[in-house]
Design a protein around this ligand. Structure first.
Ligand code: ATP
Ligand code: MG
Length: 248
């Protein structure tokens, strides 16, 4: 892979196995378990995508289009059914609220745990702990178990860790949407800094204003395929003009 490419996805296909019991209640579902029908559901169907080093790419698309599946494959949470993914650098994924956090561990314990998973040493995490907590503005709650956190607090902690682990590529799936206005602005400012220092970003958003604000390029996924990619404004216009039914 060329050195100026951060991420390259080639002919990516992901199919899931869906089970149909044909039964509406738990009791009949159990009775019909043996007769259940299994069906392959294709969530991604031959996706090609390249993200240049230092580029900020937004993924847009209707519910169920395959955006989160694509980010999970790139973050190595799922394995592709076929096709390939090449990554040049270290990824910090921010996929679901609280993903990677253990509910019974405190904020501090989760920061240590996640920092290490994302490639830092324990000493490095400890040296950055104060910055992470300050960025998340969670000083009063950082010693409580994260199960007591609100959605926005979880998003704050996740984002704060992700931007303090020296990743080359930040992968963000909508989690910022639950942060309050002030925190969202702070995140975007931080994303700008990250870009200026040469970082690469791939993010999903249903907020077209954020896409316009920060993306260099926009990719529209529709029914598991890339429908269109290019300058954010033209892709957003085409996407918002799409009146077809969602096929979940
Ligand atoms: N683990 C799974 N098992 C079965 N089907 C799945 C699984 N994960 C995702 N899917 C299916 O794949 C399709 C794409 O889902 P995905 O979560 O990628 O959509 P999305 O574009 O992120 O949607 P949203 O905007 O609602 O977040 C959906 O139809 C979903 O039901
Ligand atoms: Mg999603």
């Amino acid at each position: 892979m060329a050195n100026d490419i951060a991420l390259s996805v080639d002919g990516l296909r992901k199919q899931f196995l869906l089970s149909h019991s044909g039964a509406a209640s738990l009791k009949t579902a159990l009775l019909w378990w043996r007769r259940r029908k299994l069906e392959h559901f294709v969530a991604l169907d031959g996706v090609n995508l390249q993200v240049g080093r230092g580029e900020c790419v937004a993924l847009v698309g209707r519910n169920g289009a395959g955006k989160s599946t694509l980010l999970s494959l790139i973050s190595r949470i799922y394995r592709p059914t076929s096709g390939s993914i090449a990554v040049n650098g270290r990824i910090a994924p921010l996929l679901e609220l609280g993903a990677g956090f253990h509910p019974d561990l405190t904020g501090v314990e989760n920061v240590v745990f996640n920092g290490i998973i994302l490639g830092l040493t324990r000493k490095q995490v400890q040296a950055r702990m104060a910055d992470i907590v300050r960025f998340a503005e969670l000083e009063h709650h950082i010693d409580s178990p994260v199960r007591t956190y609100s959605s926005g607090m979880l998003a704050r902690l996740g984002f704060a860790v992700a931007v303090h682990v020296d990743a080359d590529i930040l992968i963000v799936d909508e989690v910022l949407a639950v942060g309050d206005f002030a925190f969202e602005q702070k995140c975007y400012a931080r994303i700008e800094d990250f870009r200026r220092s040469g970082g690469t970003i791939l993010f999903v958003s249903h907020n077209m204003e954020s896409v316009r604000q920060i993306a260099d390029r926009c990719v529209w996924l529709r029914g598991g395929k890339v429908e269109m990619e290019g300058a954010p404004e033209s892709v957003i216009t085409a996407y918002q003009g799409d009146r077809s039914e969602v096929d979940l």
